[in-house]
Design a protein around this ligand. Sequence first.
Ligand SMILES: C[S@@+](CC[C@H](N)C(=O)[O-])C[C@H]1O[C@@H](n2cnc3c(N)ncnc32)[C@H](O)[C@@H]1O
Length: 225
Amino acid sequence: MTDDGRDLAETQRAHWQSTYTAHPGMYGEEPSAPAVHAAAVFHAAGAREVLELGAGHGRDALHFAHEGFTVQATDFSATGLEQLRTAARRKGVDGRVTTSVHDVRDPLPLPDASVDAVFAHMLLCMALSTPEIQALVGEIARVLRPGGTFVYTVRHTGDTHYGVGTSHGDDIFEHGGFAVHFFPRALVDTLAQGWILNEVHAFEEGDLPRRLWRVTQTLPQTPGA
Ligand SMILES: C[S@@+](CC[C@H](N)C(=O)[O-])C[C@H]1O[C@@H](n2cnc3c(N)ncnc32)[C@H](O)[C@@H]1O
């Protein structure tokens, strides 16, 4: 990664910390639509443990816990995760939720083939370079059990904010202090290499609205099959 990229990522971490401090629970208490969908997919696949990346203050991690999954929630914002733990205690699901501060530019702190399902809503489209995203998806493949499911969402190049604000190259634009990597469709297909690509579903979220894809991909039961 370039020095500019490393600086951008550090700036973004500070920005998310101060945003969660200024706006506790900013995404609300209701789960996102992708998390509701993912819970059904994970149940159908017989999953019991979910790893959530970029969990923020936990609207979706709490939903997975409420649905009976054991949840490992990670984010690089300790402030967001603190809000998640407080909400989990309040809702009585803290026994099924663990949190850890983790930057997805680093290897996942989990053994090989140790989780059933991975969920990441608007995390892969953060201030990550294409090689960092590819390395992260490689890590997700490593920690998922054979046949495991990965559901992620990303803002894409059809989003209203694509091309708006400060360009950092690699389809990353910073607007209002938030840097977003807008995904071209080719990147989705690249990230599915070695996986079974089950679905790419277009949807919108929020007032902008954000335009996103919800991607579901599964690991083959037999590696390399
Ligand atoms: C758009 S928010 C979505 C939060 C949550 N998934 C939700 O939908 O409620 C993106 C989240 O990713 C986290 N994040 C951004 N870059 C990250 C990184 N490099 N490593 C870990 N977390 C990161 C931010 O702190 C933030 O909580």
